[in-house]
Write a protein that binds this ligand. Structure first.
Ligand SMILES: C[S@@+](CC[C@H](N)C(=O)[O-])C[C@H]1O[C@@H](n2cnc3c(N)ncnc32)[C@H](O)[C@@H]1O
Length: 290
């Protein structure tokens, strides 16, 4: 069998394993993971991957088969910056329920692997706007995504770069509060996938610690209201420009109410919601139980 054909089979098996690990049943998403070559987005191998008990180690060779596992791959060692874990992204992308024809805004594209996955889901009638702050990564993502005709890459700060009204805003760096531009930029029915993280650090490898430090929420626009729903714990590097002290303090306090995040149903952009209705209350916004 030719190598290219072998990789098609390997990617198909990987896609199935990733969706199973994410506990997601979504044939379109499985197809996207099966179609997009991860090696096209991570530069030439060998690649550096964390190994249980040994830290980050280079893969034995530049064979792309080593990339088809449910693990992060190092992008920039000094910044602890990785290509994220596939099953985590599968869960968050599935929760965004991207439909053909929709406009997806991806904040923090890195080198563009998950941008490409979402480009598949949006399809030729949809579009993806990728925004990356790091100039070097933005340039590499632009090059890596050049054959994806529905993707436009922008170098800049995803909290301020203007974009067309979005059906989905997929944020890939930890914030303490949603940027106004994201909430304002959602179309009716639009979904914001939002990782809220404290300053406690993002390197914890035990689940109890991760759970108390960060969580991904889906925020859905319904008219002038915003529904909010907890999706999963998260450990992820900070988002520049979307972290403020007051919200961070409120978030750190809120995460002490273990498990209560499951009861959140609303995001309000107001100061007058009673404290006992809120999981988190910070100036100008809150996450509430009703
Ligand atoms: C955890 S990395 C994820 C990269 C990519 N999604 C992946 O999994 O390969 C977060 C990325 O967000 C970028 N970033 C941080 N703050 C940002 C901002 N305000 N606007 C756009 N990108 C930002 C970082 O430079 C980094 O590339």
């Amino acid at each position: 069998m030719e190598r290219a054909q072998e990789l098609v089979i390997i990617r198909r098996a990987y896609a199935k394993q990733i969706l199973a690990a994410a506990q997601v049943d979504d044939s379109h998403l499985e197809e996207a993971f099966a179609q997009v070559p991860r090696e096209d987005f991570l530069g030439p191998g060998p690649w550096v991957i964390p190994r249980w008990g040994s830290g980050y180690l280079p893969t034995p060779s530049a064979d792309p088969v080593y990339l088809y596992i449910d693990n992060v791959v190092q992008i920039i060692a000094e910044r602890n910056l990785n290509n994220g874990q596939p099953s985590g992204h599968a869960k968050w992308i599935a929760s965004a329920a991207i439909k053909p024809g929709e406009h997806v805004v991806h904040v923090g594209t890195g080198m563009g692997y998950y941008t490409a996955i979402m480009s598949h889901l949006a399809g030729p009638s949809g579009k993806v706007t990728g925004i990356e702050l790091d100039a070097g990564l933005a340039a590499r993502a632009k090059e890596n995504l050049s054959s994806y005709s529905n993707v436009r890459m922008v170098e800049g700060d995803g909290t301020t770069v203007p974009f067309d009204a979005a059906d989905v805003i997929y944020v890939n760096a930890g914030v303490t509060r949603p940027a106004d531009q994201w909430l304002d930029g959602l179309r009716e029915g639009g979904r914001l996938i939002l990782p809220l993280t404290t300053n406690e650090g993002f390197m914890a490898n035990d689940l109890a610690k991760v759970q108390a430090r960060g969580a991904v929420f889906r925020i859905t626009r319904r008219g002038s209201e915003f529904l909010a729903h907890w999706i999963s714990p998260v450990a992820i590097i900070p988002c520049e420009g979307a972290r403020d002290e007051m919200s961070e303090a409120a978030l750190a306090e809120a995460f002490k109410k273990r498990g209560a995040w499951l009861l959140i149903t609303r995001l309000y952009r107001r100061d007058d919601i009673a404290q006992d209705r809120c999981w988190l209350r910070a100036p100008g916004w809150c996450l509430a139980y009703e």
